[in-house]
Design a protein around this ligand. Structure first.
Ligand SMILES: *Cc1c(COP(=O)(O)O)cnc(C)c1O
Length: 373
């Protein structure tokens, strides 16, 4: 197996992959309607549920061909009954996407906005649920990838359930990184994409959730043709294949990535991500950079870094300098503050981050940038 040039991706996904995952895509051509392929998909469905410790009698995985946003689209458009509303717990760009999906489908919803630099206030969520008994679904994002804030999903889920609501969580940037237990964390539906925590290729996204609620949703309004969760679930259950063409090669890559996930181990992998985070925090401190979010509120997967206050600072130039040397950094997603992001996803470890900071320091020196605030 020839080595592929290795790039260290510090962007929030797609992530750096192993060569064994890259090469797993090179397979004989196959029609995905063949039983051989269906068997691979069925096994993967089971593994995807197992990653979040779901009881296979109660939970299932529904797969889609698309990037992670297809899951947001599918869950929101499929899981709200005709006479119910959805409450969006909004403290950042990714939960805001949930509210946008509601707008696009013309769905009645409550867009409950919080400070994007903080976790949401549980008392405010409870007041809202108390005052609006027609809310039947609560939606939140586990890790706001734009800021790096980790939201208290177990507590939000407990509130959702106290008021009889289904709880949907966008776990795209935590799944297979931060340990999640779907039932203990009070989650009914969660979601992710193969190219993030699983360190596979883009194109395969999946929703993991309660079979009982999926069955219930059969009679809910079908607001999307391609993204209906029940239709996709039912088709696979009855026919053993996806309704429409699956991302065939990505499925092979993901099968290898899942194998490597079990080999590394849930806790060892989370330790590695935290090592990477610590190396980023240390490297930033050494160069005098300031990060945005207090460390105790960070997911330890994404660090938002403030732009230094120096006229020579130019993100694009610094990005290009690092990119040419194999390191990818990413712009921020905080509306009124200028930031860039360094992320801990992917098959990287602390020494890669140390190598990155050598290059970043070179870039600063090259352009005469002083890190001051
Ligand atoms: C990456 C990500 C998504 C999906 O983004 P796509 O560009 O559609 O893959 C959704 N939610 C969160 C929290 C993410 O980090």
């Amino acid at each position: 197996m020839e080595k592929v040039k290795r790039n260290v991706l510090l962007n929030p996904g797609p992530a750096t992959t192993t060569d064994s995952v890259k090469y797993a895509q090179i397979v004989p051509d196959i029609c995905p309607r063949e039983k051989e392929f269906g068997d691979i998909m069925r096994e993967m469905k089971g593994d995807l549920v197992k990653v979040v410790h779901g009881d296979p009698d109660k939970y299932t995985a529904v797969m889609f061909c698309g990037s992670g946003t297809v899951n947001i689209d599918a869950t929101i458009s499929s899981l709200v009954p005709a006479d119910g509303r959805i409450l969006i717990v909004n403290n950042g760009a990714y939960s805001a996407r949930g509210a946008e999906v509601c707008e696009y489908y013309g769905m009645e919803h409550i867009n409950l906005k919080f400070d994007i630099e903080d976790v949401p206030d549980l008392a405010v969520i409870e007041d809202e649920l108390k005052a609006n008994p027609d809310v039947k679904v609560v939606y939140a994002c586990h890790h706001e990838t734009g800021t790096g804030i980790l939201n208290p999903i177990r507590e939000i889920g407990a509130l959702a359930h106290k008021y009889g609501c289904t709880f949907i969580v966008d776990t795209t940037s935590t799944y297979a990184m931060i340990p999640i237990d779907i039932e203990k964390d009070n989650v009914d539906f969660l979601m992710a994409s193969a190219q993030k925590g699983l360190m596979s290729m883009t194109g395969l996204s999946f929703v993991i959730g309660s079979k009982a609620i999926l069955e219930e949703s059969k009679g809910y309004p079908k607001r999307s043709y391609y993204c209906n969760l029940y239709t996709q679930y039912y088709f696979f259950e009855s026919k053993g294949e996806m309704h429409f063409t699956p991302p065939v090669q990505t499925v092979y890559a993901t099968r290898q990535a899942v194998k490597e996930y079990w080999e590394e181990g849930e806790l060892a992998k989370w330790d590695r991500h935290q090592r990477v985070w610590q190396a980023i925090i240390d490297g930033l401190a050494e160069l005098g950079f300031q990060d945005l979010v207090p460390h105790e509120k960070q997911s330890r997967l994404v660090v938002s870094v403030r732009y230094p206050n120096d006229p020579n600072w130019d993100f694009v130039k610094v990005h290009d300098y690092c990119y040419e040397r194999g390191f990818t950094i990413y712009p921020g997603k905080v509306s009124d503050i200028s930031t860039f992001r360094l992320c801990c996803l992917g098959a990287i470890d602390a020494p890669d981050v140390k190598d990155f900071f050598v290059v970043l320091k070179e870039a600063l020196d090259h352009y005469g940038i002083k890190v001051t605030y």
